[in-house]
Ligand binder design. Structure first.
Ligand SMILES: Nc1ncnc2c1ncn2[C@@H]1O[C@H](COP(=O)(O)OP(=O)(O)OP(=O)(O)O)[C@@H](O)[C@H]1O
Ligand SMILES: [Mg+2]
Length: 338
């Protein structure tokens, strides 16, 4: 199936103090129908600009935006309005209408489409039920918690039966527990309705929790992309390593003369048993220089830096042993003196 969203060489140039500045610089990516796709990057990386280009709230300086094969930049304003109904968006700040009740907020996009009031109300009630807030139909946004406001915003976003839900830092204003609840609602909606979801965040945990694919955006460019497992267990780009190891890479100067390897776990053996069996099965004692393993989907992922013994034969034996393990990849770290 062709991708539902396809960005080709997208560039957005702003004039800042009279000088051109590329907020996006040749971004290409593809989102497949039905997936939950993550875009992560530090503040100022260009995430919001990117997501606003997907529904053409921001018009790209160059490059193309295809949604379901339709090139949005080529549409008339009427065609674009119709295409946009199928691309909904939720935000960190919820953006609810404060003078309207929850029910009226959800009815709003339907009224804009000219749908009869009674029909709109019926649909809004269904959506309230889907997000678990039937009892708040007649409450005003000011009477709701942050998590409840975001549920109403999600219900409103779904009112027009979109194919794509764009979430720009939708959980950044929420505490960790509420964040998990909202993410679980988004996952549920994705599964039940088949809506493709694009999640923009600066928080790795959000990506780990729900996304299958991820793009790391850095200074307007794609630094790396792949499955969440690949990228987070073994980040290849500088920007990726900064996100995965926010405290900096572990100190490597301790074992100056021995070989250092990076072991990446892809859902197999946990690392303690590996070190133990290295000692028992091959009589080699490896030093753990640093480890950052995490749980994704109930499986262990992550990387570990190991210092191998100085003795060449021992080191080779250890390497061979680790390479023979399932779901583990090994690379030698060349620049460990740095
Ligand atoms: N309308 C604009 N005019 C000029 N510069 C802009 C404009 N919009 C965004 N920028 C600049 O483009 C860069 C990317 O901004 P953007 O809002 O896309 O970043 P972001 O990754 O969403 O950051 P955050 O995580 O803080 O929301 C920033 O340096 C920003 O100052
Ligand atoms: Mg932003």
């Amino acid at each position: 199936m062709p991708p539902i969203i396809q960005l080709n060489q997208l560039t957005k140039t702003f004039l800042v103090d009279g000088h051109p500045f590329n907020a996006l610089d040749g971004v290409s990516l593809e989102v497949q129908q039905g997936e939950i796709f993550g875009i992560i990057g530090l503040s100022g990386a260009g995430k919001s600009t990117l997501v606003r280009c997907i529904n053409l709230l921001e018009s790209p300086t160059s490059g193309t935006v295809l949604v379901r094969g339709q090139e949005l930049t080529k549409l008339s304003s009427k065609e674009l309005r119709l295409a946009r109904r199928k691309i909904s968006m939720i935000f960190q700040g919820f953006h609810l209408l404060m003078q309207r009740t929850c029910l009226q907020n959800i009815c709003f996009p339907l009224e804009l489409q000219g749908i009869a009031k009674s029909k709109a109300k019926e649909r809004a009630l269904e959506l309230l039920q889907m997000v678990g807030l039937e009892e708040k139909a007649n409450s005003y946004p000011a009477q709701l918690s942050g998590g409840q406001k975001q549920r109403i915003a999600i219900a409103r976003a779904l009112a027009t039966d979109p194919d794509v839900l764009l979430c720009d830092e939708a959980t950044s204003a929420l505490d960790p527990k509420t964040t998990r609840e909202i993410l679980s609602l988004i996952r549920d909606i994705n599964k039940r309705l088949g809506v493709t979801v694009v999640i923009i965040t600066h928080d790795m945990k959000v990506i780990e929790e729900v996304c299958s694919k991820v793009v790391i955006l850095n200074q307007g460019k794609v630094a790396e992309s792949g499955t969440v497992e690949e990228v987070f267990s073994n980040p290849k780009s500088e920007a990726g390593r900064r996100l995965v190891y926010p405290g900096g890479m572990p100190a490597l100067h301790l074992l100056k003369d021995s070989r250092v390897i990076r072991v990446a776990f892809n859902g197999g053996t946990a690392y303690q048993p590996l070190i133990a069996s290295l000692a028992i099965d091959c009589g080699v004692k490896a030093n753990i220089l640093g480890a950052d393993t995490r749980n994704i989907d109930g499986k262990a992922f992550g990387t570990m830096l190991l210092g191998l013994p100085e003795d060449e034969a021992d080191a080779n034996r250890a390497l061979q042993y680790i390479r023979s393990q399932p779901n583990i990849t090994v690379e030698e770290v060349q620049d460990y003196h740095a």
